[in-house]
Design a protein around this ligand. Structure first.
Ligand code: THU
Length: 162
């Protein structure tokens, strides 16, 4: 009898205590926290910040921008990656950090990118044929690290075409 194949590319993600972040990672988290201050989120009150480092070492940051017509709002990650790719289409994003403030402003909330943002990150990985590291701040100050979007968005067509 033929054996069933295992179809999975899910690896375990790393949980990094704040003190173990390297300089680049700590810097991106800090930039993202600063960026979250300027979020325009009057409807959800969930202020998200994101920061990215591009292949030449430049860093950029952005935040979520909401709209009274809910679907018109844009997440911090997509504001950021669409901006950087509009202006620096040749520079691949290396690492993106994502943070969110608790609604009552009593500290940071745990955040992970939504489905649309995962798809967007996946698109830029495909375009540059290179994984984008994703750092997600948690409410306890530790950072969940995905080495690439595969760990958050598994089972793309290419993965299932076995
Ligand atoms: N949001 C982001 O900007 N990024 C995320 O990773 C999670 C959600 C925004 C969308 C909306 O403005 C608000 O947070 C509440 O969902």
């Amino acid at each position: 009898m033929k054996e069933n194949k295992k179809v999975s590319n899910i690896n375990t993600m790393e949980l990094i205590p704040a003190v173990n972040l390297n300089e680049m990672q700590a810097n991106l988290i800090e930039l993202a926290i600063k960026a979250s201050d300027n979020a325009y989120a009057p409807y959800s009150n969930f202020r998200v910040g994101a920061a990215v480092i591009l292949a030449d070492g430049q860093t950029f940051w952005a935040n979520n921008q909401e709209n009274i017509a809910y679907p018109a709002g844009i997440c911090a990650e997509r504001v950021l990656l669409c901006y950087t790719h509009s202006n620096y289409p040749k520079l691949k994003p290396l690492t993106i950090a994502i943070v969110a403030k608790k609604a009552n402003d009593t500290g940071m909330a745990t955040v992970t990118p939504c489905g649309m943002c995962r798809q967007t990150i996946s698109e830029y990985e495909m375009k540059f044929d290179s994984p984008i590291e994703i750092l997600m701040l948690r409410s306890d100050g530790s950072v969940l690290k995905a080495e690439g979007i595969d760990q958050l968005l598994p089972y793309k067509l290419e993965d299932l075409n076995v």
